[in-house]
Design a binder for this molecule. Structure first.
Ligand code: HEM
Length: 209
């Protein structure tokens, strides 16, 4: 069984598994974070991944600007006051069940939905020659298409586009460079959602750098 998530606590109104892990690891505040801090933190964490992935700061800042609302007033509030991580739910980026559904509306992990990832995964071999189930980009695309498909009737057309900024970016940041390409380790994805932590190799890289 995965261990109990560590403190600090993470707001149930933060539905992003990646940001939830950064809060739980003490890298981000649970409530308000300036756009400068959120951008530099994400860029730094990404850089601790396999092969030192680089994420574009301007794109992260743009997402953070609109994440709490799309009106000019709401965007100005984020621009000057910062991103409210504990108010992302019901914001413009919330797909409300059109995603993986691993986190429910109260940010509780649904073990059935987490286990469903296995349907899309296949055996991968990591750089040390160990075999494990994982998801490469093609398999993630199939999973995202299936997520969009099953949400027919309660999805927005933009939801499928938004997914391209989630799982493929997670692959870029947390992916392992395997023998035949990059993949997300299912074990590490589970730890991200359930224990809210980054892979050990990334945490130790962050601690040393
Ligand atoms: C300012 C930066 C970010 C904001 C505001 C943000 C916000 C969100 C929100 C609101 C959701 C919920 C979407 C839904 O309803 O399914 C979400 C999901 C997600 N995000 Fe983030 N996010 C950010 C950065 C990132 C980064 C850098 C990564 C990857 C390294 C990431 C990976 C994911 C993943 C994998 C999901 C889960 C989608 C699913 O369950 O299907 N996010 N994010």
């Amino acid at each position: 069984m995965p261990s109990t998530p560590r403190s600090p606590k993470v707001s149930p109104n933060n539905p992003c598994p990646f940001l939830r892990a950064l809060v739980a690891q003490g890298l981000l505040a649970d409530d308000v974070v300036s756009l400068g801090t959120i951008t530099s933190t994400i860029v730094k964490v990404a850089n601790a991944g396999d092969g030192q992935p680089e994420l574009p700061a301007a794109a992260i800042r743009a997402i953070a600007l609109v994440a709490n609302g799309l009106t000019p007033l709401q965007m100005a509030r984020n621009g000057f006051g910062g991103l409210r991580l504990n108010e992302l739910r019901n914001g413009p980026l919330d797909k409300k069940g059109a995603g993986s559904r691993i986190l429910d509306a109260k940010a509780k992990v649904d073990p059935k939905e987490l286990a469903r990832l296995e349907e899309f995964a296949s055996e991968k071999t990591d750089a040390d020659g160990h075999a494990e189930p994982g998801l490469d980009l093609d398999e993630l695309q199939r999973m995202m298409d299936a997520n969009f498909e099953r949400a027919a009737g309660h999805r927005r057309s933009i939801d499928r586009k938004l997914m391209d900024g989630e799982w493929p970016i997670l692959l870029k940041v947390m992916g392992k460079q395997g023998k035949t390409g990059r993949y997300l380790s299912l074990k590490e994805v589970g730890e991200l959602f359930v224990e809210r932590r980054l892979p050990e190799r990334m945490s130790s890289q962050l601690a040393s750098g």
